[in-house]
Write a protein that binds this ligand. Sequence first.
Ligand code: HEC
Length: 254
Amino acid sequence: MKNFFLTAIAAFCLAVPSVQAADTGHIELPDIEWSFDGPFGTYDRAALQRGFQVYKQVCSACHSMDHLAYRNLSALGYNDDEIKAIAADYSRMDGPDDEGEMFERPMRPSDNFKNPYANEKQARYANNGALPPDMSLITKARVGGANYLYGLLTGYVEPPEGFEISEGQHYNAVMAGHKIAMAAPLSDDVVAYEDGSPTTVDQYARDVSHFLMWAAEPKMEDRKRMGVMVILFLLAFAGIMYKVKKKIWADVKK
Ligand code: HEC
């Protein structure tokens, strides 16, 4: 009986599903060590801030993040004044005012991230017909998540001999079919970091992937903490129940 109990607990612990899914057919994805990996993983605030900086200065020219509001950036460690200043760099239409006119005003922390395009047609027109997808949930929308993102951003390599690539397309090592309409968005030294981190494509790709992982799963840390608490509770509860069972059956056995 005791053995059965221990086996059951062990089986339960092992059955906690692994979040890693790095299989995209024949394409080998890089396997980066992220601080958010594993049951105790957490986000790295400094990496998130750098990643946001990369998104803001590079990716946001083409990619929206509709699900995020500026106030959500408090989770990255920015204070209220910093968030106000970040939001106020952008403007949006609002209204109507008392005279019935629409007007443009600076963004506020409660506003959602600015969309670079007014509508899908404008987005396609600006990108040779290709649509830059919204980045809010992109790490959830692609197999491999942050590893895929990192692989994509660092995957602009020379195509193999004889690989046909048409006008407006670029070779990418991890993109399905190896053709993507997005030109390599990153190059060394395009974003100036203030914390002394390397200003390389590799570092930018890590940081922006980290940021996009957080954007898609901002409550991951709470979820993991809760998972650990639940397991601890179940273990303690199993122990108590075992003691109770022994006590109840003690007389019977005698
Ligand atoms: C000049 C505009 C432009 C910039 C800047 C840009 N992208 Fe893109 N991106 C595109 C377009 C266009 C597509 C659609 C490509 C396609 O469908 O072939 C795309 C597609 C993507 C995809 C989806 C790939 C897939 O698997 O379907 C990801 C992820 C992505 N971009 C991430 C980024 C990140 C991160 C940055 C900033 C470092 C960035 N992009 C900067 C235009 C841009």
